[in-house]
Design a protein around this ligand. Structure first.
Ligand code: ZN
Ligand code: ZN
Length: 229
């Protein structure tokens, strides 16, 4: 999170119509040129953007965790948890490139890349599709270590050792949606976006634990303003 400001050069998105998106052949051509990184296209269905995950060799497990979270966990969340992001999901471009790396040099959990600052991959896709392709990055080892709510506030127990996996999935989704909200609504204030993502994280943890344990669990009301970096 924490917006990294870069000089941005506004670019007009091309193509006003609604052309179908046929990424596979296109991706095949494009991705062969990329060395040392692998890509995974995640199609969650109507109402969600296509995510093109690009990750370093060795990051496949994390990419599949993001895929599972976005394909299966997110669309099946109770309405009240996902509702704060309905507007964001509706406003996003058809495709978002998600650059996964272990950590960011600046220490941030993620960034959104303003128009004109995207990588060559996103720019090429955008040109070939004739549509805007947005881009964000996520620092997955930093996200794994992130603890937005003291775990002591969550009476979740050990969950058979699966607690770290829940926390990682919830944190990945929270940071992903945080950056997507910046993409969808660049004028919104960091503080407001962060409040929404912190509450989403708390609600999501509660839901994942409820499913796992088959019961609710005690938790203080979602803390506001916790530091997220
Ligand atoms: Zn932010
Ligand atoms: Zn940063």
């Amino acid at each position: 999170m924490r917006l990294q400001r870069r000089t941005s050069r506004e670019r007009r998105s091309r193509g006003a119509g609604s052309p179908a998106v046929h990424p596979p052949g296109l991706l095949q051509r494009l991705l062969e040129r990329i060395r040392g990184r692998e890509q995974l296209l995640v199609r969650a269905g109507e109402g969600f953007p296509l995510l093109l995950l690009t990750y370093p060799t060795g990051g496949a497990d994390v990419a599949h965790t993001v895929e599972t979270a976005f394909l299966h966990t997110l669309p099946r969340l109770p309405q009240h948890i996902l509702a704060p992001y309905a507007e964001t999901l509706a406003a996003l471009p058809v495709m978002v490139v998600v650059i996964l790396r272990p950590v960011n040099a600046c220490g941030c959990l993620g960034h959104h890349h303003p128009p004109g600052t995207e990588s060559r991959l996103a720019r090429r896709l955008s040109m070939d599709l004739g549509r805007r392709v947005a881009e964000i990055d996520l620092a997955y080892e930093a996200i794994r270590a992130w603890e937005p709510h003291p775990i002591s506030a969550l009476a979740v127990g050990d969950l058979g050792g699966r607690r770290p996996a829940f926390r990682f999935e919830a944190a990945l989704l929270a940071v992903l949606l945080h950056e997507l909200e910046h993409i969808a609504f660049p004028q919104r204030k960091e503080r407001d976006i962060r409040t929404t993502s912190n509450e989403f994280y708390a609600n999501l943890m509660q839901e994942l634990v409820r499913r796992e344990s088959g019961a609710g669990y005690g938790m203080s009301s979602p803390a506001r303003g916790t530091s997220t970096g």
